[in-house]
Design a protein around this ligand. Sequence first.
Ligand code: BTN
Length: 327
Amino acid sequence: MVTIESTRSKLIKLLADAKESYISGQQLSEQLHISRTAIWKHMKELEKDGYVIEAKPKTGYRIKHFSENVSANTLKWGLNTSWLGKEIIHKSTVSSTQLVAHEAARTNAAHGTVIIADEQSSGRGRMDRVWHSKKGKGIWMSVILRPEIPPYMAPQLTLMTATAIADVLDQYDGINPKIKWPNDILIENKKVAGILTEMQAEQDRIQYVVIGMGLNVNQADNELPDAIHYRATSLRKETANEWQIITLVQQILQAMEAQYDTFLKRGFSEIKTKWESYGFRIGEKISYHQGRENKQAIFSGIAADGALLVELANGNKEKIYSAEIDW
Ligand code: BTN
């Protein structure tokens, strides 16, 4: 099936490959197997997406300016993945991309479908916390995966995603990301991103997993809500630069696809090593909450299955599957 989206992505690619030269309507219509009127309509839609197209009579079309607006097309163009993000659903406002993703997954959305929004009115984090998702200021995105792994391994996908995001941020000068178990990405001890993994499964089979990611990108200092101000940050705050959301999303999806493929082919051990290289407070004494209980122990790393590994005062090692590490 040829969708409108894929025709439009191909059109952008043809125009981009031509660089400064014009391509005639006739040529485009032959290559895309659609009429010249349809080509013209696609050009108008691309303009709505923020592209600036130059149409020269008797010569053809060329792109004068690539769009910086987030849309399924602008994200797909230049996205170097083979299965992640082949289907992208972009919305300007949603309650939560997690809810849209669950709905899409229930109605058979493919493995690798991405849902992204400019703004969420009810963004949510772990433990039913609010996730502030201001318009255009960050990446509010959920990915649908249909992994053929047993349900008990699903938490490893959270650690894998955190590692992929840390890998992307680590490429940038002056950013030294850390991961606070299991899923917070920190810069200079402040939270810049969080991951929420939700799963629909039977006893021994996963139907689908939704991995939600929130990354604070372009909030200025005064745009981070007061309640979390003392322990939250954004890339802009850390670097004093405005960041390109499209590029970051593409890099995260590329890193995530690569790590997922490694995970399925070779298991969790490479991801574990990488995760530990970013691990926050490994080797240090941490205090953590398990239910109402507050405990202290040395954080030794993560276990082969992704659990938090601690060494208690009596020297015993313990694996912990659910806890909140204090700051
Ligand atoms: C956390 O740190 O508690 C997890 C935060 C996850 C936030 C993201 S933003 C995209 C997706 N939609 C949501 O409502 N939540 C996740």
